[in-house]
Ligand binder design. Structure first.
Ligand SMILES: *Cc1c(COP(=O)(O)O)cnc(C)c1O
Length: 377
């Protein structure tokens, strides 16, 4: 048996949606892009959404739109995929790592406060595993110090904070549509915002910094005219991908309910195991459960991990604290320590969780987890 930790769910409707576009006039920059953007904006409750080539491009665009540049500090979590912090580096800014809350594994607002300096420009919280961060506390810090908030919602499409969908709360929120994420376009990303100004900057950045908007151009030679007014990239997504995204969004609520069902079964199965710490959920939040992360005792982790891999179970570790990577160690982060994040890193294992995981497969995972923990003791 081979069970991955995450996997896309594609049906005939998705396949039809994509092949229909292959036979149409536009493979890219056609009508599917604004339709997908509207689908995500409507779903999250944001005014605007800008689709991009991938989630990393979305983060890069958001940092650009926020005006992050050399000398600016952006506070983020070490327990994330490298892209969250890299996007700050792309803009010439400096990621600053604050420690996490031991229960949620998300940014601890108390430690964020300690890391604020007069160079801090933004806070970049990541909703790890789909578990929403303490956004009220983060927003009150942002207000107090006049900071932009960019949420990395790569895990959190469909997650809710105090009754609001992630994507509608902060200045900007980014999403990823990589195959393991809540819905997929193959590769793809999105930024949501309520700000017209940020929306326009995001659109500019996605396509070379080129505009055809008369209001933005210094002059206008005629109907063929356009001007490059900033330095952007080709971060466009295709119509083929957006057609898949639109089709996938019709199934998101089903995907979320199946994930929640699987999480409840895991929680029940491990409730009596004193050697496993199951995920904690912050009150007044509703996680989309992108990942199911358990903690096992430090000295058992490698053995348990290896044992599960030997049994064909694609466990993973989310994440190695970003500043521990050689690139960061070689670029000024050798003395950075977030003790809670480092401790969590030593103990965590992500178990398989995706809508297509069957009850039988999950049962097999549960048995093997218990077996391997018992053997490791
Ligand atoms: C997947 C992911 C990204 C990057 O998204 P891509 O679409 O792979 O570029 C960024 N942040 C987090 C937390 C992610 O999990």
């Amino acid at each position: 048996m081979q069970i991955p930790y995450g996997r896309q769910t594609i049906d005939e409707e998705d396949i039809w949606a994509v092949t229909r576009i292959l036979k149409s006039d536009y493979l890219t920059t056609g009508p599917m892009i604004p339709e997908f953007e509207k689908t995500i904006a409507d779903y999250t409750g944001a005014k605007y959404a800008v689709a991009l080539a991938n989630g990393t491009a979305a983060l890069h665009a958001a940092c650009f739109a926020a005006g992050i540049g050399p000398g600016d500090e952006v506070i983020t979590t070490p327990l994330t995929f490298a892209a969250s912090a890299n996007s700050v580096l792309y803009c010439g800014g400096t990621p600053v790592f604050a420690d996490v809350d031991e229960r949620t594994y998300n940014l601890d607002p108390k430690d964020v406060r300690k890391k604020i300096t007069n160079k801090t420009k933004a806070i970049l919280p990541v909703h790890l595993a789909g578990q929403p961060c303490d956004m009220d506390a983060i927003h009150s810090l942002a207000k107090e110090y006049n900071l932009t908030v960019i949420e990395d919602g790569a895990h959190a499409l469909g997650s809710e904070y105090k009754g609001r969908k992630i994507g509608s709360i902060s200045d900007m929120t980014t999403f990823s549509f990589h195959p393991v994420k809540p819905v997929t376009t193959g590769e793809g990303g999105m930024v949501t915002t309520d700000s017209r100004e940020l929306y326009e900057r995001l659109c500019l950045f996605r396509s070379h910094g080129i505009t055809r908007d008369g209001k933005r151009m210094a002059r206008n030679d005629g109907p063929w005219f356009y001007q490059q007014v900033d330095l952007g990239f080709n971060y466009r997504i295709t119509d083929i991908q957006c057609a898949l995204g639109i089709s996938q969004m019709k199934k998101l609520d089903f995907f979320l309910s199946r994930r929640r069902e699987l999480v409840e079964r895991y929680n029940e199965a491990f409730a009596g195991c004193t050697d496993i710490i199951t995920p904690y959920q912050l009150p007044q939040t509703n996680s989309g459960w992108h990942l199911y992360i358990i903690q096992v005792k430090n000295h058992n982790r490698r053995r348990v991990f290896e044992k599960l891999r030997e049994n064909g179970i694609g466990v993973n570790v989310h994440y190695i604290p970003v500043y521990m990577h050689p690139y960061y160690q070689e670029h000024g982060y050798q003395n950075v320590h977030c003790p809670k994040a480092e401790n969590i890193y030593l103990r965590i294992i992500s178990l398989p969780l995706y809508p297509g995981l069957s009850d039988e497969e999950q049962e097999y995972v549960i048995v093997k987890v218990k077996e391997s923990i018992y053997e490791a003791i």
